[in-house]
Write a protein that binds this ligand. Sequence first.
Ligand code: HEC
Ligand code: HEC
Length: 337
Amino acid sequence: MNNRPKQSSWRGGLKIIIGIIAKTITAVWLIVGLNIGGSAHEEYSDKATKLLSVADAKLALGRKLFTDMNLSADSSVSCATCHDPEYSYTSSQAIPAGAGGHIGSRRPPSLLDIASKPALFWDGRMHGLERQALYPMIALNEMGNSIQAVEAYVSSNPEYQRLFEQINGTKKVSIVDISHAIAAFERSIVSEKSAFERYYLDGDNLAISQSASRGWQLFQTKAGCIQCHIYSLKNQYFTDHEYHNTAVGRQDDKKDLGRFYSTINIDDRGKFRTASLREVGGRKPYMHDGSIQTLRAVVEHYNNINIKETNHKTPILRELNLSSEEVEDLVAFLGTI
Ligand code: HEC
Ligand code: HEC
């Protein structure tokens, strides 16, 4: 019995010593562990910051090239002259003039969601944003310049040298680097969430008017628009990415043959790529030649189309017989997407 208190105090002392050792080990482990964790985290975030800053620099560089008028022969136009960021990346003019006042025959397509397009241009004859970026530089009715001149200008400009060095680690700049930087910027051009999407995807019934909501019903049923301007959870661009003749354009000798230039198939004459309708309300005039001034006129065009004339090429089109209220509802709907 006498030993007990002694024993218990001995055991108690051992417990305390073991406790101190254990706590010390834990503390050391925690400190070292946290430190290791900390430094790994710092290293990771350093890397991430670096990657982010390279991505930012790439976008800044692409944007600078996209808006730089010195890429054109007479320093009068940039890509943004015809693909204006303030105008859904198309132009407020139907067919804007290029360098030296030269004018083409087609309207610049909006570059919104450009990365989603399987083929480029109204006739789909161009592929690849990197490759495409070189064409406006040399096209007579766009920038009228030469590849050599663009490369010489960009590679001798100190600000461009600094940005390219940040991205590629070298001040040397080739035309390939230039086209890649422009394409990287273009891939960042995406449409924003629309009122229609808040209505349709988020279930916000007040996001669009009742007239617009009737228009959405008509778009899918009586008016048949959705057959070509497809909209689904997988494809939110209101286009089937196909080519159709919708009786748009001049009927004279200078008629644009559209898809024919890409396929050399006679049946493809007068077919054009189904335009995406994202932000369509804010970027008139419409169609490949900018020949239709307002959304109401577009809907009336579909309502009055001469079916006999176009139907052998585009059997999807039919007589719509839309009333003026229905036209109004469709216009209201188009304004929300
Ligand atoms: C003078 C006006 C003009 C300028 C300047 C211009 N473009 Fe365009 N762009 C057009 C037109 C017109 C088309 C349609 C061509 C066609 O369908 O044949 C087009 C088409 C495109 C397309 C394909 C879009 C699609 O939906 O298929 C891209 C991408 C593009 N341009 C990028 C650029 C870039 C990058 C620059 C500057 C290096 C530039 N453009 C300068 C008028 C212009
Ligand atoms: C047969 C397929 C087809 C059907 C059906 C169709 N469209 Fe189109 N839509 C097109 C094509 C192709 C274009 C481009 C035509 C051109 O530029 O010459 C276009 C262009 C448009 C444009 C102009 C977009 C722009 O950026 O210039 C609007 C707006 C439009 N359609 C709305 C409608 C509405 C509303 C309906 C239903 C009443 C409809 N479409 C039915 C194929 C179709």
